[in-house]
Design a protein around this ligand. Structure first.
Ligand code: FMN
Length: 184
């Protein structure tokens, strides 16, 4: 797939099954991340892969965090949360990892990490890999951050769910450019 076609046709895959990307396909996804615009070339990102049994451990961590906010959560509500990481065979967590720099504020470094994440979505689509960028309130929860080993200067930018696309592909509408672009 050429670059413009990938950019113009990307969609998310809410339903994903085995297999997860691996080998060269997965390497290409990270290589795309590393080409994100990056003020000061700080590479202010790192990635955690969660697969197999680790998804259940992440589910338990999410439940622990949710219960700390609301100890009255029902068993059913807990189970719904616990199952979330198992919606895909592979999760990649993008972490913005701020570097000290006199001219590049944290905000710009976060944007770079988000750009890296978006590049990963495009690289997935270009290679026929299904993916969806998710967060949810628990992604920003201190118990989740600590459980994943994040440090004080780090934050979760996205949790990418990767696998093989299931179900119909959403029909895309073409936005009217003049709704978004004006002369100044
Ligand atoms: C920072 C960020 C966080 C997101 N978190 C969620 C989420 O938690 N749950 C969700 O359903 N979609 C989330 N989305 C949106 C989806 O990834 C997706 O872009 C959206 O459903 C539109 O579908 P499309 O990508 O096919 O256009 C998030 C997107 C971004 C950029």
């Amino acid at each position: 797939m050429d670059a413009l076609t990938a950019l113009h046709t990307r969609t998310s895959s809410p339903r994903l099954s085995e297999p997860a990307p691996s080998g060269t396909v997965l390497e290409n996804i990270y290589k795309a991340a590393f080409r994100a615009a990056d003020h000061g070339l700080l590479q202010p990102w790192r990635f955690l892969e969660v697969r197999g049994d680790a998804r259940a451990r992440l589910g338990d961590l999410l439940v622990t965090a949710a219960l700390s906010d609301d100890p009255e959560l029902s068993e059913a509500q807990q189970e719904k949360i616990r199952c979330k990481p198992s919606r895909a065979p592979l999760l990649i967590i993008t972490i913005a990892s701020k570097k000290d720099h006199p001219k590049v504020p944290e905000f710009e470094q976060d944007l770079s990490a988000a750009a890296a994440t978006q590049n990963m979505l495009i690289a997935c689509h270009a290679q026929g890999v299904g993916v969806m960028w998710r967060t949810g309130a628990l992604a920003y929860h201190p118990i989740v951050k600590e459980g994943l080993g994040l440090q004080a200067h780090e934050k979760i930018i996205g949790i990418l769910y990767l696998g093989t696309h299931e179900g119909p592909t959403r029909t895309l509408s073409t936005p009217n450019l003049s709704d978004f672009v004006q002369d100044w």
